[in-house]
Design a binder for this molecule. Structure first.
Ligand code: S3P
Length: 429
């Protein structure tokens, strides 16, 4: 579906962003491997997480949805059955990569496919460690879906020094490590999001963290747990930037997960001069949560590189938009991972924002953004990438004239309510 959007004079109101995608995936997977019924409140009922729920349903894990909660009937570590057919991960990289760690330890084989975008994303990064643990994995050209996994119930523990700063790789190895007898260790080049570690602790696993090393002792016995999923900072980010750059705006963004491995966007925006006030919400266990008050602000350019990249990796598209409105040249480097996301985000974001009048130069592993630039409405493409579509929609709020964005349905993979919220806070008809 194509969508035509008009500029807005300012934004006001309350935003409740979609529930956290990373935490929802993990809650479904870890509860499926636990003994008993886990209740996950405020789970993300969007495309990517539905793919995960369906995959476990195919392996005999029942769930019931009641309002905004899902109850997962865990089957314990040894309780999965051979899937009733090919598992379709849709657009979801997290589904494939984390699920592969679990499938690697089963006494059956399974095949995972996905949509056109997911079929272009590299899986060698998980094939390598899982093969070292003793599973057999076959992929097209050694790295692309479909991925065939012949499980090995006698997985060996390994110490894996991951060459990529990826929470998906780390989580994949840790999930496989639950099944291997002994201590499995993952050493990351830079700390990535730690939701898997925190939730495995909720479920009673023996997880230890020492700097960049995380270990798990297997075989684990996991017990059911209850979890309330906070709002996704990656979804909130679109409205943070919208509030900062759009006319005279004041937004309240509620219940946002501000885990320190995910909050790089707040650090960078504040360095740019953003007026964002955090009010911690009490009672959040392990995963901190805050309400955010965002006021329109004059922004200054910044440099974004190194260890902060994994803490804001999914927010770079919308940060690029913020940088187009900041005074000076913003330089993003060390962000080559963006080329293997749902689209090549360095290319797709820069090319589409440039069509709207931005001044962005693409580099091998980053971008240079000169600001501030006036944006104008244009016909732009999402390339089927939800975060590109949402970035362009926020850009349209400050562009002169109408913006037509192609293929916006992809937003349903992570944030189905996005356009409805946008309409409410901009007072659009
Ligand atoms: C995710 C990790 C990140 C992120 C993705 C979700 C996760 O990917 O980009 O959207 O839930 O673990 P990488 O592990 O590839 O960095």
């Amino acid at each position: 579906m194509n969508l035509t959007l008009k500029p807005a004079a300012g934004l006001s109101g309350v935003v409740i962003p979609a529930a956290d995608k990373s935490i929802t995936h993990r809650a479904i997977m870890i509860s499926a491997l636990s003994e008993g019924v886990s209740v996950i409140d405020n789970y993300l009922a969007a495309g990517d997480c539905v793919s995960t729920l369906k995959a476990f349903e195919q392996m005999g894990v029942r769930h019931e949805i009641k309002g905004g909660s899902v109850a997962v009937h865990g089957r314990g570590l040894g309780g999965l059955s051979k899937p009733s057919g090919i598992i379709d991960a849709g657009n979801s990289g997290t589904t494939v990569r984390l699920l592969s760690g679990i499938l690697a330890a089963q006494n059956f084989s399974a095949t995972i496919t996905g949509d056109a975008s997911l079929s272009k994303r590299p899986m060698k990064r998980i094939i390598e460690p899982l093969s070292l643990m003793g599973a057999s994995l076959k992929a097209r050209e050694g790295t692309y879906l479909p991925l065939e996994i012949a499980g090995n119930p006698e997985l060996k523990p390994i110490t894996y020094k991951s060459p990529v700063p990826s929470a998906q790789v780390k989580s994949c190895v840790l999930l496989a490590g639950l099944f291997a007898k002994g201590v499995t260790r993952v050493i990351e080049p830079v700390k990535s999001r730690d939701h898997s570690e925190l939730m495995l602790l909720d479920a009673g696993a023996d997880i230890r963290v020492n700097g960049l090393e995380v270990s798990v002792t297997g075989p684990a016995r996991l017990k059911a747990f209850n979890k309330t999923v906070p709002a996704d900072i990656s979804s909130a980010a679109f409205f943070m930037v919208a509030g900062l750059i759009c006319g005279k705006s004041s937004l309240e963004i509620k219940g946002v997960g501000v885990n320190p491995t995910r909050d790089g966007i707040l650090e960078v925006l504040m360095k740019m001069g953003a007026k964002i006030k955090l009010t911690p919400v009490s009672g959040a266990l392990r995963e901190p949560v805050s309400d955010l008050r965002v006021e329109s602000s004059a922004l200054e350019a910044v440099n974004i590189s190194g260890g902060i990249i994994p803490r804001l990796v999914d927010e770079i598209p919308v940060l690029v938009l913020a940088a187009t409105q900041a005074r000076g040249t913003t330089v993003i480097s060390g962000a080559g991972e963006l080329r293997v996301k749902e689209s090549d985000r360095l290319k797709t974001v820069s090319s589409q924002l440039n069509l709207m009048g931005a001044d962005i130069t693409e580099k091998a592993d980053g971008l240079e953004i000169k600001g501030p630039t006036k944006l104008k409405g244009a016909a732009v493409e999402s390339f089927g990438d939800h975060r590109v579509a949402m970035t362009l929609a926020i850009a349209s709020l400050i562009a002169e004239g109408e913006t037509v964005i192609s293929d916006v349905d992809c937003v349903n993979t992570s944030f189905p309510e996005f356009f409805g919220i946008l309409k409410n806070i901009s007072g659009a008809a």
